[in-house]
Design a protein around this ligand. Sequence first.
Ligand code: T4K
Length: 386
Amino acid sequence: MSEREPRRGRTPPAFADPVYVTRPLLPAAEAYKLAIEGIWERHRLTNKGPLHDALEARLQAYLRVPQVSLVSSGTMALMLSFRALALSGQVITTPFTSPATINAIVACGLTPVFADIDSRDLTLDPAAVERAISSHTSAIVGVHIFGMPCRTDSLRTIADQHGLRLIYDGAHSFGSEVDGKPITRFGDLTTLSFHATKLFNTAEGGAIVTDDADLKRKLDLWKTLGMQDEVSVVLPGINGRMNELEAALGLANLDLVDAERDARSAIGLIYSTRLAGIEGLTCFETPSNVRRSHTYFVVRVDNRQQTASRRDYLYERLKAFNVFVRRYFYPLCSNFPIYRDLPSAAPQNLPAANRAAKEVLCLPFFGALGPARAHQICAIVRHILA
Ligand code: T4K
């Protein structure tokens, strides 16, 4: 990283306490105590307890979807989906994602084939997907990255033409909608993450959303070791269950999620207004037909005119102000030593993804941040990049 000249003008104050990229949504301790009280009466901790079933039903209504299967994490949601859909051979996906997406593919004995993204929305480029198809391809795994919807129409057409399964990793897109349609209703199924760092969380957890009732039944079996009853195991399932303590947290947090989304929306407006006009910095905008999930607030810091990375410079300098932002998703998955030898991982195959990994930065984004601290962060960013 290059050292730059001191900025002109007054230096904004640093925060007294660290400000992180996110802070988990939590109910008041009393509300959570109330939500878990019945557990002590029932002595039911896991294995499809009543709170698990209640959260499934409430999410079905909240997300306006026919079938929800709760699971123990977003990673588990991906793995169970790949198993239940009996994928084989190669799976085409984006390298610009959490390692969770790629690791889940590999953990199921499948080979990831990386296709480049479109630099405008950072989701899979359908033309690159088409080029990556071979006789071994069984599925496309799109990621609605930062809640930005994939090109669902084009990917559906490609999947149908080639007889491929179409799966969406919707870890970042809880509650997103496209033209009023829930984002979880595209493809064969959509996986969600309810990790602590997500808009809606159950500490650890996730879900699989599908329109297909048979698939939901199969997924429920896959997540319970394939056990149909005490004496019959009908498929080689795994333990992917959500427990009652997590489900209780989900029920309490679901009451708060709309207010949290509104608070984040106000912060997002402050960021996009106050950061406008900083040379080389752009806020990642969602199109007007998309209802955002407000899981992340993303900026891109253009490096092209610089020898050293301005994005990394900003990332490092913010630490001196007690602001800890994240470079999701850097390094790019295809550049990890465990994946870089795959033929599709060659950087010349993935120019847009490689560039995004060098430019994207996620700013602190959670309701409790409040407008005053959002304004202060804008002043700090402007000061650093002036
Ligand atoms: N697909 C995609 C596209 C994903 O992004 C992910 C996960 C998955 C699938 C898999 O879902 P899960 O299996 O995780 O359900 C986080 C999360 O661990 C991970 O869920 C997430 N994506 C990824 C993008 O981010 P880190 O390494 O950034 O987490 P960490 O611990 O550094 O947390 C970031 C900041 O949040 C901390 O600096 C402070 C704050 N924080 C975090 C936690 C966990 C808190 O204040 N409290 C907390 O409890 O990975």
